[in-house]
Design a protein around this ligand. Sequence first.
Ligand code: NAP
Length: 272
Amino acid sequence: MDRYYVLGNPVEHSRSPYIHRFFADALHQKLSYEARLVPLDAFEQTVEGLKKEHFSGCNITVPFKEQAYRIADDLTARAEFAGAVNTLKYENGRLLGDNTDGEGLVTDLMRCGVALAGARILVLGAGGAARGILAPLLERNPSELVIANRTVQKAEVLAEHVKSIAGCSVRGTGYDQLKGHFDLVINATSSSISNNIPPLPADTIDSSTRAYDLMYSPVDTVFVTYAKSKGAEAWDGLGMLVCQAAESFFLWRGVRPETEELIRKLRSDMKK
Ligand code: NAP
């Protein structure tokens, strides 16, 4: 039986085993999928061990995405661009590294009916998650993309990095330099974890803005609550989680799982 894993530390909270087993059942695919806690200093060693057991692939979560990028024999263009790998496929003795986070986000935004072409988009944050979502967002031809971050220099560096693939204006800035309304505001900071929101000017989000928080939780995150209080439609990252997993499943198995029913089920399970 083909064997898959999610590797992380911590990893016990991961919903990936549930999600991938759900996909496998729905598509009548025979496979196993387990979470494996990897010691912080033993990522490469763990993957070498899995290769000897002829595993088929794995997802990578915190804090190993950059290490996975470094050990992959081959990389997809989007993983190369993101500088991080969340999916490894092991085939013919070679490790292919991919990053499905950005495609997961864009797929979920489309599922929510959010238009990207021609949109003025603001990405909050300049860490790993922000870097992973920029290329798939830019592929959808927004009119402008602004990256705002607490540490302004990181936003500027990231904006320079993506300019070569952008067909629109891209710039990095601090929160206090933001001007005017945005059509889509994506919170790719980890601020919601500590119940904070980035210090946005009052006119950044209004009732015509669509807002998306990469973090997800059983109740509205503080960012989703804030956006809704300004009259905006807002979503959390549960759909992105499921859609990025569906993209990994597609890379491994060549079939694309349906996501709608699972997103609904996870949402209702989370609220129990
Ligand atoms: P990271 O690399 O550690 O970056 C964290 C970012 O958040 C940095 O830009 C940091 O700014 C900013 N930040 C942290 N606290 C802040 C605060 N109180 N106010 C303003 N900015 C703050 O983290 P990451 O890997 O990019 O992850 C970011 C979020 O995305 C996490 O919540 C993660 O759970 C989520 N995520 C979700 C999915 C999904 O499938 N739904 C997938 C990937 C990631 P500085 O640079 O100034 O420190």
